[in-house]
Design a protein around this ligand. Structure first.
Ligand SMILES: Nc1ncnc2c1ncn2[C@@H]1O[C@H](COP(=O)(O)OP(=O)(O)OP(=O)(O)O)[C@@H](O)[C@H]1O
Ligand SMILES: [Mg+2]
Length: 462
């Protein structure tokens, strides 16, 4: 099956093309791989080719597109073809058939020399097992990609120090890999990939070897970095939660084929087949819904140089109990409650930037990507909305407690509807008489009926 790509969250290139385009790519291991592609076998799958010809299918007619600045996750169980795919992308493995175009260049037609140059300048890769050199210190390990590019030492070291700082390893430059924990070594691997400053980052299960806490830290780190760097990332994982957390879009692979491509919400709420549905059935809605889904335009903002009179006026107009204090550039500073604005008025305060004690500057803002899992406890613990800021700390929205509850209720109702419709369609399809299916058709119609009544009876999951 060729999955189509109908949901893009990042921008296309200026010429309307995706940054990475993979078109009907096959990888067949073993002898005479081409025969697998002959038209008479077009309906066969991996197990057929293995038993019939002894060929292992790594990739079967895989197509997808990645937009510039997007984090595209390829997810699937062990052996589903993830590593083969990411390796074929830059021809570390030669694809058997298909086309791969990256940044407008056809990878499959490049000479070896062009390919090496292209990899060096455009693509950095992070491997699962760090790939650090034991006799080199952190600075030299992280700077290795730049060294290969021929960047001179002073510039190389300056750039490498910057990147080590970025990944939280400032001060560790002189240490050797054996002196670092697994998580720190992985950061060195990440720094090495970031130092060369390529547009594209390929990451093959980079966090799999880490224990859960450090793994979560690395994921947060990557999300944070990405809000600054806007790289085009292809990220491989077999962990669904990791995929849902990091991916703008996710491709689910199964036996060398793409089962579905979509946003985390698509994958969880609208699975296109049973395989994907089984995979995602236990995902809680709170993990896939985020602040951006429910935030509204900030209702009341006050600038630091303004005073309580203006603030009370703004808060009154907004129908709320608080205003956000921002600087002239609309960057978030803190929260001013109506009670504090009144106290400031009585105390004769002229401007808040001369009386910060009235502004709650500890009142935390969240990112648009913050999940409901984090938002709900915050909302429960406060009488005021939650401010939302972007990577530059600009105030971009606010989240009301009531909106969280509404979105959860709406989404689970939509999910229940979807399940009922899907079961109904399956029941209808199965009830169509098909001459050569006989008994099994009756069986599947009965199964579909059961599914249908189950979907209708079940209360929506919350
Ligand atoms: N060099 C090879 N020769 C023969 N078969 C191979 C080769 N490399 C991979 N395969 C097969 O291709 C399929 C996909 O392997 P791949 O390594 O891409 O899976 P994966 O999704 O990355 O799995 P994992 O999560 O375990 O890393 C598997 O069936 C594997 O046995
Ligand atoms: Mg792999």
């Amino acid at each position: 099956m060729v999955a189509t790509d109908n949901n893009s969250s990042a921008a296309l290139d200026t010429d309307g093309q995706s940054y990475i385009r993979v078109d009907s790519v096959w990888k067949v291991f073993g002898r005479n791989p081409e025969r697998v592609l002959e038209p008479q076998y077009s309906e066969q799958d991996k197990s057929f080719f293995q038993s019939e010809f002894g060929n292992v299918i790594g990739l079967q007619d895989v197509s997808f597109q990645v937009n510039r600045g997007e984090t595209f996750v390829i997810m699937g169980l062990s052996g589903s073809g993830k590593s083969t795919m990411v390796r074929c992308l830059i021809r570390l493995i030669e694809p058997t058939a298909g086309e791969i175009v990256i940044a407008g260049e056809d990878i499959t037609k490049m000479s070896d020399k062009e390919l090496i140059e292209f990899r060096r300048s455009k693509i950095a890769m992070v491997f699962q097992h760090y790939g650090l050199m034991p006799h080199r210190n952190v600075l030299d390990n992280a700077g290795w990609g730049l060294e290969v590019q021929g960047v001179k030492k002073p510039e190389r070291e300056a750039r490498t120090r910057e990147v080590l700082e970025l990944v939280g390893l400032g001060g560790w430059e002189a240490s050797y890999p054996r002196q670092l924990s697994g998580g720190m070594q992985q950061r060195v691997g990440l720094a090495r990939a970031l130092a060369v400053d390529t547009d594209i980052l390929l990451m093959d299960e980079p966090f799999s070897g880490l224990d859960p806490l450090i793994r979560r830290q690395m994921q947060d780190e990557l999300l944070r970095l990405q809000t600054e760097l806007h790289k085009t990332i292809v990220f491989i994982t077999h962990d669904l939660n990791e995929a849902l957390k990091l991916g703008d879009r996710i491709a689910i692979m199964h036996d060398g084929k793409v089962a579905q491509i979509g946003s985390p919400e698509d994958i969880v709420l609208r699975p296109e087949d049973e395989y994907v549905g089984d995979f995602t059935q236990d995902v809680r809605l709170e993990t896939i819904l985020s602040a951006s889904k429910v935030m509204v335009t900030p209702k009341a903002t006050v600038m630091g140089h303004q005073g309580p009179r203006a603030a009370l006026h703004t808060i009154g107009d907004s129908d709320g109990d608080a205003a956000w204090v921002v600087d002239r550039g609309q960057r978030y500073i803190g929260m001013l409650s109506i009670a504090n604005a009144e106290r400031a008025l009585r105390a004769g305060v002229k401007r808040f930037d001369e009386a910060w004690e009235y502004v709650d500057r500890e009142y935390e803002a969240v990112a648009p990507t913050t999940s409901f899992d984090e938002l709900i406890p915050m909302a429960m613990g406060s009488d005021f909305p939650i401010p939302v800021t972007d990577a530059e700390n600009m105030l971009v929205g606010e989240v009301h407690r009531s909106a969280l509850a509404e979105a959860l209720a709406e989404t689970s109702a939509a999910e229940a509807d979807y399940a009922a419709n899907a079961a109904e369609n399956a029941a209808l399809a199965a009830a169509q008489p098909v001459a050569d299916q006989g008994h099994s058709q009756l069986e599947s119609a009965a199964e579909a009926e059961v599914e249908l009544s189950r979907a209708r009876m079940q209360p929506p999951p919350v």
